[in-house]
Design a protein around this ligand. Structure first.
Ligand code: CP
Ligand code: NVA
Length: 306
């Protein structure tokens, strides 16, 4: 039966751990031989429909697919009949006949659910307004790689309660690590996302960034205005100023704390140059791991065993 990845809640804790293990193994194999990875997906085709821009998600998925021996077809709405109002249901039924899996990046999460409902192939969420599961799965790979394990992990999210924050909440709920989110009033994570884990004392939302980072292993931030919120950018810049990850905030964290950012970064807004380019930042290793995690994910969802 096909499996989709619409949110991290589509995976069990065991499945997440297996995916991380597989990604670690694949990364090691790839590092041993820099040439084309001898993968499991020759003859398989991955479709990508991107309604929002992307550097990392698109290129890491395409590169992952090629390294596994498969091929990709990248589409934006203007090249497809989506721009002329063909329904997502019909698009999904048709593309299911041509490709073996589909990554979609769009606005409404309901659109990804609609595609999944009508497809006979795995649908992978490459970011919606509500969730960014592939990002956080690869972030977990980075945490594990840098720290050795996810045991007793303390993650501090500082900034907007957005799509990436929602995926961190789901990951913390499924895996049971500690997550504290410091967000300004009015920019908290969605109540329905938090509600699912309301019994979990390990997930907390507060307002004070210094309190959030005080015992953090990982300090994570993201843009203050996500794609689609450009018109709110000036107002958000004011509200979020106290949430900037700078040397002063870092001084309130344990010295071993690592700084994560999913990128793209707005340097000088949510994070200073000094921090993003400093010794505690892992952002480029984090970006690299998008590809390794996606190799493991594609191998799992599209490979022989699927
Ligand atoms: N982090 C991330 O998803 O980056 P892109 O928007 O470049 O894909
Ligand atoms: N929250 C950001 C993440 C970008 C990868 C956005 O949705 O624009």
């Amino acid at each position: 039966m096909k499996r989709d990845l619409l949110t991290i809640l589509d995976l069990s804790a065991d499945e997440i751990h297996s995916l991380l293990l597989k990604a670690e193994q694949m990364k090691k194999s790839l590092q041993k031989r820099r040439d084309h990875f001898n993968g499991n997906l020759p003859g398989r085709v991955l479709g990508l429909i991107f309604i929002k821009p992307s550097t990392r998600t698109r290129v890491s998925f395409e590169s992952a697919m090629y390294r596994l021996g498969g091929d990709c077809i990248f589409m934006t709405p203007k090249e497809t009949q989506i721009s002329r109002d063909e329904t997502l249901a019909d698009t999904s039924r048709v593309l299911s006949r041509y490709v073996d899996g589909l990554v979609i990046r769009t606005f409404a999460h309901a659109d990804v659910e609609e595609l999944a409902r009508f497809s006979t192939i795995p649908i992978i969420n490459g970011l919606t307004d509500q969730f960014h599961p592939c990002q956080v799965l690869s972030d977990l790979l980075t945490v594990k790689e840098k720290r050795g394990s996810l045991e007793n992990l303390q993650v501090a999210w500082v900034g907007d309660g957005n799509n990436v924050a929602h995926s961190w909440i789901n990951a913390a709920g499924v895996l049971g690590f500690n997550l504290v989110l410091a967000c300004p009033a009015g920019y908290l994570p969605d109540e329905d996302v938090l509600q699912r884990f309301s019994g979990h004392s390990s997930i907390r939302v507060i307002h004070d960034p210094r309190q959030a980072v005080a015992s953090a292993d990982v300090i994570y931030t993201d843009v203050w205005a996500s794609m689609g919120q450009e018109r709110e950018a000036a107002e958000r810049r004011q509200v979020f100023q106290p949430y900037q990850i700078n040397a002063d905030l870092l001084a309130a964290a344990p010295p071993h704390a690592m700084v994560f950012h999913c990128l793209p970064a707005h340097r000088g807004d949510e994070i200073t140059d000094e921090v993003i380019d400093g010794p505690q930042s892992v952002v480029f290793d984090q970006a690299e791991n998008r590809m390794h995690l996606q190799m493991a994910l594609l191998d799992w969802l599209l490979g022989e065993a699927s």
